[in-house]
Design a protein around this ligand. Structure first.
Ligand SMILES: [Cu+2]
Length: 123
């Protein structure tokens, strides 16, 4: 019995051991009218799951064409360099970002003017 418990613990440690396969987690809040955090800091070459949470009842998007184009996307998609979010929607994308400073904004009419701009710093 005792040895089985030890085996279980050993297995658990093996599974939860730090490894390159585990992506980091990063949450971007989307609301009327802004993004948080601002700027967004990411580690270059490290897989990260970006979770975009639209807490408002209105549709918004996170447009960052050069950022998504230069990243290696693992799961999810950003067609046209955009993450489109309906009111209350949450979307995830897992990618490996490349070194650089990128601009992001909401492409909906006048939303960038009202504050929906951001910067992604990857280093
Ligand atoms: Cu917007």
């Amino acid at each position: 019995m005792r040895s089985f418990r030890f085996l279980g613990t050993a297995l658990l440690l093996a599974i939860s051991a730090p490894g390159a396969a585990q992506p980091a987690s990063y949450v971007v809040q989307v609301y009327s009218y802004g993004f948080t955090p601002r700027p967004i800091h990411l580690a270059a070459g490290r897989p990260v799951t970006l979770t975009f949470v639209n807490s408002s009842g209105n549709g918004h998007d996170f447009t960052a064409k050069s950022f998504f184009a230069s990243s290696r996307i693992i799961t999810g998609a950003a067609p046209g360099g955009e993450i489109e979010l309906a009111g209350g929607e949450t979307r995830r994308i897992t990618l490996v970002p490349r070194v650089g400073v990128y601009k992001a904004h909401c492409s909906h009419f006048l939303h960038a003017t009202m504050g929906m701009t951001d910067q992604i710093i990857v280093n």
